[in-house]
Write a protein that binds this ligand. Structure first.
Ligand code: NAD
Ligand code: G3P
Length: 328
């Protein structure tokens, strides 16, 4: 299979390296100088420096060439941040088969990836590839399980053909809504656990945050039309546990730094990578308000991100909530 990966950040590069063990892969970087540097070094020194590239991985800053590489039976994989998903989809045509890797809501519209694709490319075979997966671990060849979600089972099978090999397992799912809500909300909840851990609130608090966070995520997802079981899977519980507890997470790191008293602007300036939860939190709050879904942890994170509450005040507010039944 011919695979084009659009976007040469940490995750796009890691999956390009993985796919190039068996397929002809073309990685597109928007910056010509970055593409040239990667072509020379045979690695992505800026975003994923430890992974050497297989021979079957080529790089280009020519977007049209990348798309042409994967037309007619190939697969286009969009590895940009959420903010660039719409423009990248617009650069494609309905002849492409597409998966995106980004996890979040589009800040300007509040839409998930599958809704953006339905607007921009209604006839395109499209899906989302998600699950608990730090780029560095995939690049190091460590065992990882992903989920490919699409209403089109043949397309989900194409993601399996592209990536299910060696240390990578790819499961399929017919529920892109659930998979996308899981990926977006877990990022916000990872900021919450980073804050709790940064404040030294302990392991009991972390476990409570993950469990009650899963309840929030599930409530929102079901209200948006997702299948409840999806949230017990890789894109829900799996990615929430990874991102909330793993120090490789950029979203968790944001929470840790905010708890130390660092400003959000300084935190983002030092991160060097995208932390999607920062940009999705407002949409999750607005959507929960619109659908009358209770999401106290997410609301607290947004209060900290906007500066309305300090991390410690947000925790105090959460602890004063009324007792309630645990049932979702
Ligand atoms: N890093 C991971 O471990 C990981 C794992 C799973 C999913 N994701 C998701 O994948 C997406 C990308 O994350 P990442 O870690 O690769 O990000 P990153 O911060 O490492 O890199 C972002 C890349 O996107 C490029 N980019 C930004 N705006 C662009 C635009 N308008 N057009 C083209 N390229 C653009 C940047 O140049 C950079 O190469 C995010 O939504 C993230 O949540 C990341
Ligand atoms: O580093 P984060 O917080 O963006 O998380 C990366 C992946 O989404 C984990 O699955």
């Amino acid at each position: 299979m011919r695979v084009a990966v659009l976007g040469a950040g940490a995750w796009g590069t890691a999956l390009a390296v993985a796919a190039a063990q068996r397929h002809e892969v073309l990685l597109w970087a928007r910056d010509a100088a970055q593409a040239e540097a990667m072509r020379t070094a045979r690695r992505n020194t800026r975003y994923l420096p430890d992974a050497a590239w297989p021979d079957a991985l080529q790089v280009s800053s020519d977007a049209a060439a990348a798309v042409a590489h994967a037309r007619r039976g190939g697969l286009v994989v969009i590895g940009t941040p959420m903010s660039a998903l719409r423009s990248t989809l617009m650069s494609l045509d309905a002849g492409c088969r597409v998966f995106w890797l980004c996890k979040g809501f589009e800040a300007a519209t509040g839409l998930l990836g599958h809704q953006i694709a339905a607007q921009v490319q209604p006839d395109m075979a499209a899906g989302v590839l998600s699950g608990p997966s730090f780029a560095q671990e995939v690049a190091a060849g460590l065992p990882t399980a992903l989920v490919a979600a699409s209403p089109d089972p043949a397309l989900a099978d194409a993601a399996v053909e592209a990536f299910h090999h060696g240390a990578l397992r790819v499961y399929t799912s017919p529920d892109p809504i659930g998979v996308e809500v899981g990926g977006a909300v877990k990022n916000v909840l990872a900021i919450a656990t980073g804050i709790a851990d940064g404040l030294g609130l302990g392991l009991n608090a972390r476990a409570a945050l993950i469990t009650r966070g899963l309840a929030e995520m599930t409530r929102l997802g079901v209200a948006l039309g997702a299948q409840p079981a999806t949230f017990m899977g890789l894109a829900g519980l799996g990615d929430l546990v990874l991102t909330a507890t793993g120090d490789l997470s950029r979203n968790r790191r944001v929470g840790l730094l905010l708890a130390q008293g660092q400003s959000l602007a300084d935190t983002l300036a030092t991160l060097g990578h995208v932390a999607e939860g920062v940009y999705s939190a407002a949409t999750v709050v607005a959507t929960a308000q619109r659908l009358n879904v209770e999401m106290p942890l997410t609301f607290a994170v947004q209060d900290v991100l906007t500066g309305r509450l300090s991390p410690r005040a947000a925790v105090g507010q959460l602890m004063q909530r009324e007792a309630r039944s645990e049932v979702f």
